[in-house]
Write a protein that binds this ligand. Structure first.
Ligand SMILES: [Zn+2]
Length: 152
């Protein structure tokens, strides 16, 4: 179950750069987001650009922010963007095993927003993050494990 509201708030006292504690959420945004502070941007051609180092605080504390270019109140992300997004989420899952996937609009205490957009397939991605993503992660870990032991 994805919680309705996520337990991270925009902390106005933390003007300090740097992350306090581990990464708790990977938060998705769209190009129509009114805020900034994204770690990764996926452009319309499905290329990933790094905008902030993961060690830096982005729009929300204890979160990695991923923005997908486009206004998804009006349209949906294209297949290239979604494929690249899933690959990026797999990498982040391997790096931050406990981090949950969430939508910007789930963050408590912020401005009301539809981000990452009414037509962004958030439910499908959230469902995948609890099933297919874990299978893909296990497959990567299994290959790593086997490649280590084949050296013995
Ligand atoms: Zn947003």
């Amino acid at each position: 179950m994805t919680p309705d509201r996520l337990e991270t708030q925009t902390d106005k006292s933390s003007a300090v750069r740097g992350r306090r504690g581990g990464v708790k959420f990977v938060l998705l945004h769209h190009g129509g987001c009114s805020g900034g502070g994204f770690h990764y941007r996926i452009d319309a051609d499905g290329r990933v650009n790094t905008e902030l180092d993961e060690s830096e605080r982005g729009q929300h504390p204890r979160s990695i922010g991923v923005v997908v270019d486009g206004d998804f109140d009006d349209g949906a992300p294209n297949d290239a963007q979604l494929a690249v997004l899933r690959r990026l989420l797999l990498k982040l899952k391997l790096r931050y095993p406990a981090a949950e996937l969430g939508a910007h609009r789930q963050v408590r205490g912020g401005v009301e927003t539809t981000c990452p957009g009414k037509r962004f397939p958030m439910q499908a991605l959230a469902a995948w993050s609890r099933t297919g993503l874990l299978d893909e992660r296990d497959e990567v870990l299994r290959r790593d494990f086997e490649s280590q032991y084949s050296k013995i």
